[in-house]
Write a protein that binds this ligand. Structure first.
Ligand code: COA
Length: 382
């Protein structure tokens, strides 16, 4: 049975900061961000958007009524969830009106959580071929104002519908994964900000890629020529480019590099969305690239801490027609922030003492948003 991605779409918050403005404010040459890191804009979430609302906003764009009936597994992959106990997927399940006879869980392994969710969803559909699974990757990436990681922040969510006989991408069963207990990036429970050893995390990302890519190629007896494109987990687009350069030469494999560039289209304007970064890259490639049915795409997923996985998929006929959401329009409608507005939005916080906070939602035009916090509970619009 062929199982894979039947639908895919993403949501990014309605505000952004231009990287040249951030560079100017931090006294850095703008080329460091736009060329050195390969990022143009960074999505900035207002206080009314969290991992739950962003996830639901991504999913509602792609799901039909029939999908809502046949989904019986909802997985939220996130590392910026809002509760230590209750899975955000239960709230998203309710917001979207999914069939109550469903499982809903949250998965965490840094930026790898959604990939784990997809592999679990594949197994679920293999056992229940008439059912569908909704996997959502949703995250807010925060390192702190004036921190080393600040230019690699971002926010957004990707929603992926996993089904039998998928319209977009069959996920092949060939996969290679690798785990090692390292501390390259982490966020203790008491901290709102992630801690990262930037250089070390870069080295580990490349090491994990080499591990799983080499193992996959040995197991499958495939070579570079069996792939039309590679997509990577890209906290910033240069990171994926560096990984591609370890396996392909730019002169000899110009098409792979052109396809890689296409695969960074949305990431360059949204920034790091942690668990969703690989899948935002896949959406970019599917929408902006010129691949054909039957082409094989390689996917490298990496979650600090760390787990890496390399797997692959085969593009389906008419995959372009199955891409339903208008993402360019969503990004074009965003509001540009100046540095003061960005810092104010970054510093805005929800109350933590159980009192009643009513949020200003007058500028909210998303389908789902947070409107109040009361008795330690988040209250969303319905
Ligand atoms: N013009 C063009 N490129 C420039 C430049 C300029 N004026 N100034 C610097 N650069 C390049 C550097 O050469 C470097 O490129 P390279 O990596 O290809 O050598 C790149 O810009 C970054 O410069 P660097 O000095 O390494 O930046 P930094 O010390 O500020 O750190 C990160 C950058 C990415 C390490 C830091 O932002 C970070 O830690 N981010 C979080 C990383 C992360 O997300 N990890 C976890 C997920 S896997």
């Amino acid at each position: 049975m062929n199982i894979g991605i039947d639908k895919i779409g993403f949501y990014a918050p309605a505000y952004y900061l231009d990287m040249t403005k951030l560079a100017e404010a931090r006294g850095v040459d703008a080329n460091k961000y736009t060329i050195g890191l390969g990022q143009d804009k960074m999505a900035v979430p207002p206080i009314t958007q969290d991992t739950i609302t962003m996830g639901a906003n991504a999913a509602i764009k792609i799901l039909s009524k029939a999908d809502l009936e046949s989904i019986d597994l909802v997985i939220l992959g996130t590392e910026s969830g809002i509760d230590q106990s209750k899975a955000g997927a239960t709230t998203i399940h309710h917001m979207l009106g999914i069939n109550p006879r469903a499982r809903a869980i949250e998965m965490k392994q840094a930026c790898y959580g959604a990939t784990a969710g997809i592999q679990l969803a594949k197994g679920h559909v293999a056992l229940n071929p008439t059912k569908k699974a909704l996997v959502i990757a949703s995250d807010i990436s925060r390192y702190g104002l004036n921190s080393g990681g600040e230019p690699t922040q971002g926010a957004g969510a990707v929603a992926i519908l996993i089904a039998a006989d998928p319209k977009i991408l069959i996920l092949e069963n060939d996969t290679s994964y690798f785990t090692d207990d390292i501390l390259d990036f982490w966020r203790p429970n008491y901290s709102d900000f992630a801690f990262v050893d930037g250089k070390y995390s870069n080295e580990q990302y490349q090491r994990f890629f080499e591990e799983v890519y080499t193992d996959y190629m040995e197991k499958t007896q495939r070579s570079l020529d069996d792939f039309a494109a590679f997509t990577f987990h890209i906290p910033y687009s240069k990171m994926g480019l560096k990984a591609l350069r370890t396996i392909a030469d730019e002169e000899d494999h110009a098409t792979l590099f052109k396809n890689f560039k296409d695969s960074t289209y949305y990431n360059r304007s949204v920034g790091n969305i942690y668990a969703g970064s690989l899948y935002l890259s896949l959406v970019s490639l599917l929408e902006k690239g010129s691949l054909h049915a039957g082409d094989r795409i390689g996917l490298f997923s990496y979650g600090s801490g760390a787990v890496g996985e390399f797997f692959s998929g085969i593009l389906q006929p008419d995959y372009k027609n199955a891409l339903v959401a208008d993402h360019d329009e969503m990004l074009q409608k965003r509001t540009a922030l100046n540095i003061k507005e960005y810092e104010a939005m970054f510093n805005a916080s929800l109350i933590k003492d159980g009192s009643h906070q009513i949020l200003d939602t007058r500028n909210e035009s998303s389908d789902f948003y947070l409107k109040e916090v009361k008795h330690h509970q988040r209250i969303y619009n319905k």
